[in-house]
Design a protein around this ligand. Structure first.
Ligand code: PHE
Ligand code: CO
Length: 292
């Protein structure tokens, strides 16, 4: 197929989805998997300086809020000095868990995204936010993608989960179940909480890369905190333009893995007969876990 037409179509669908905001990446140079060259040498000193500021602020918020696996893995990535060169990160990552980073211009089509994950390739956006977006950015940039997502790829159980998620996503597309599998990603990989002996901690990239939500998700009395359950989670709508109204909690990464291991095909059939639940739902039989 003519890739230019495909890119143009994709652009159109994305810009029509207003929630995704404007696209900044340049899709021109992308190959058929939407992979580009990172062009690391082209980042400016000002961009590296902005990265260091973002990194320093966010790293200072991690103790007592991020799960230990994340804090330990982030340190191993050695990414505090400036926007990382993905090829260098891939060397370390590949040795640890067999994952690679690939550079992408921004959001990519669902199938392409799932195919990358299923092949243990994590797509990382190449561009960095502007200084005025220090605290909030609507679409993922290199800081969110790298700082938020890449550290846990060093964790063997989480690394396997993400690959299984990619395979599950490809299957969900065939079963017309994209929205269900997308909710699962949202409430685990992006906004998941984990129980520890010291209290709740964040493992979701959405809060780990956010200056505000990393504290809100743990201590605010407002949102609901409910144990992860595949059907409940995939029924639940989510907010993309505010802090979450519900967080799903796992006991450990094995719990995440075992919850998502069963064949979802029969579950999708059930979900298709059910109404979606609003983001602020608490079911009658459900325990709302206390904040830290
Ligand atoms: N078990 C899911 C299925 O059968 C696939 C999956 C695995 C989904 C891991 C998410 C995470 O579709
Ligand atoms: Co993300």
């Amino acid at each position: 197929m003519n890739t230019t037409v495909e890119h143009a179509d994709f652009f159109k669908t994305l810009t029509e989805k207003s929630e995704h905001g404007s696209l900044r990446g340049n899709y021109e140079g992308a190959d058929e998997r939407y992979v580009v060259r990172q062009n690391w040498a082209q980042y400016t000193p000002a961009q590296h300086a902005l990265w260091r500021q973002l990194y320093r602020r966010q790293a200072s918020l991690l103790p007592g809020r991020a799960c230990d696996a994340f804090i330990e893995s982030l340190a191993r990535l050695d990414a505090s000095d400036g926007i990382p060169d993905f090829t260098r990160t891939t060397d370390a990552l590949y040795k640890a868990t067999g994952w690679e980073l690939v550079a992408v211009p921004g959001l990519i089509p669902d199938l392409t995204f799932f195919e990358h994950l299923a092949a243990r390739r994590f797509p990382v956006t190449v561009w960095l936010r502007e200084p005025e977006e220090f605290d909030y950015i609507a679409e993922p940039d290199v800081f969110h993608d790298f700082f938020g997502h890449v550290p846990l790829l060093l964790n063997p159980v989480f690394a396997d989960y993400l690959q299984e998620y990619g395979r599950g996503g490809m299957k969900a597309l065939k079963l017309d179940a994209l929205k269900y599998i997308a909710r699962l990603y949202w409430y685990t990989v992006e906004f998941g909480l984990i129980q520890t002996h010291q209290g709740l901690r964040a493992y979701g990239a959405g809060m780990l890369s956010s200056g505000g939500e990393i504290e809100y998700c743990l201590t605010s009395p407002k949102p609901r905190r409910v144990m992860l359950d595949a059907e409940r989670t995939m029924r639940t709508l989510y907010k993309i333009d505010s802090y979450q109204e519900t967080y799903f909690v796992i006991r450990d990464f094995e719990h995440l893995f075992s919850t998502t291991e069963p064949d979802f095909a029969p579950l999708y059939e059930v979900l298709k007969t059910e109404e979606a639940l609003p983001a602020d739902t608490l079911l009658p039989d459900e325990k709302n876990l206390p904040p830290n």
